[in-house]
Design a protein. Structure first.
Length: 75
């Protein structure tokens, strides 16, 4: 909370927020987890194309879903 209190009194930050609010239509935050069977991507040279996917999982634990996906994926 100390950080937030300092920001409330920071004129540069308040000006930044005011300007940003004129450009921002909406905002949504997400917490994401990676599955343990996918390694973190390694840095690569050149222009790269990445595929972004979203999955909506049914109720259950991430461990259960990760294990099911790991069995289904063929490398």
């Amino acid at each position: 909370m100390d950080c937030m209190n300092k920001l409330k009194n920071n004129k540069e930050y308040l000006e930044f927020r005011r300007e940003r609010s004129q450009m921002l239509l909406s905002r949504r935050n997400q917490l994401l987890l990676e599955f343990s069977f996918w390694n973190e991507p390694q840095p690569r040279m050149g222009p790269n194309i990445y595929e972004l996917r979203t999955y909506k999982l049914k109720p259950g634990t991430m461990i259960e879903w990760g294990n099911n996906w790991a069995r289904a994926i063929k490398y």
